[in-house]
Design a protein. Structure first.
Length: 220
């Protein structure tokens, strides 16, 4: 049976049959769930505004483990080689052990982290934006910053990786392309609004929306 998993402001994470819409199970947190769940094998990983990151059994929604941050979690988890990477409103990017929920490392930015991290396994880097206006590259092994690039306003857009570049938007109105290894600017494009949406890259074209009511297609 195929399933759809999603969170709600009613504080529940739902597992719904894709065929019938029937609720298979639902898990209740203490706060709204605006994080998008990530499923790896038999575990559903998700954040909630009760400050917790949860790992749930896909069969019945029971809690395998939960990890408490210091502020609400609106970021969505990214899984990579046994790590669950997720941001929190407490300014941190966390790398959690997927089996135990133990914090392998945490990296403190200068603002809220609501974006979803991206990972380049070849470079060994995790990328995430912060409300302090910066895009960070963090070493997956050590949790130390490899580089950061600072825009003129908050970065809540989740980055996309394509080739040797990273793409994201900023509340300063620009769409950015940075070299993933060094953080140097490849190009930036000014829209007429703010950019809080997240890009998709398909066949060398970057697609992203702005509050100027336009969707942009830019050469990668």
């Amino acid at each position: 049976m195929e399933h759809v998993f999603f969170g709600s402001d009613d504080r529940h994470l739902y597992n719904v049959s894709a065929r019938s819409g029937r609720v298979v199970w639902k898990f209740e947190a203490v706060g709204p769930i605006r994080s998008s769940p990530t499923i790896v094998e038999e575990i559903v990983y998700v954040g909630a505004q009760d400050c917790y990151v949860y790992a749930l059994n896909i069969q019945d929604g029971s809690v395998k483990w939960k990890f408490r941050t210091n502020r609400p979690v609106m970021s969505s988890p990214t899984f990579f080689e046994g790590l669950v990477l997720i941001g929190s409103m407490d300014w941190n990017l966390y790398a959690l052990d997927a089996n135990s929920g133990w914090a392998v490392w945490r990296y403190r930015t200068g603002g809220h982290v609501v974006a979803t991290p991206a990972v380049d396994g070849n470079l060994g880097l995790a990328f995430v934006g912060s409300a302090d206006g910066s895009m960070y590259a963090v070493d997956l092994r050590t949790g130390r910053m490899a580089w950061k690039y600072t825009t003129e306003n908050q970065v809540v857009s989740s980055p996309a990786l394509f080739g040797e570049a990273i793409y994201f938007g900023s509340v300063d109105g620009f769409i950015y392309s940075l070299d993933a290894r060094s953080g140097e600017v490849r190009w930036k494009y000014k829209t007429e609004g703010i950019v809080v949406s997240s890009p998709a890259v398909v066949e060398n074209v970057v697609y992203i929306g702005s509050t100027d009511h336009r969707v942009y297609a830019l050469p990668a």
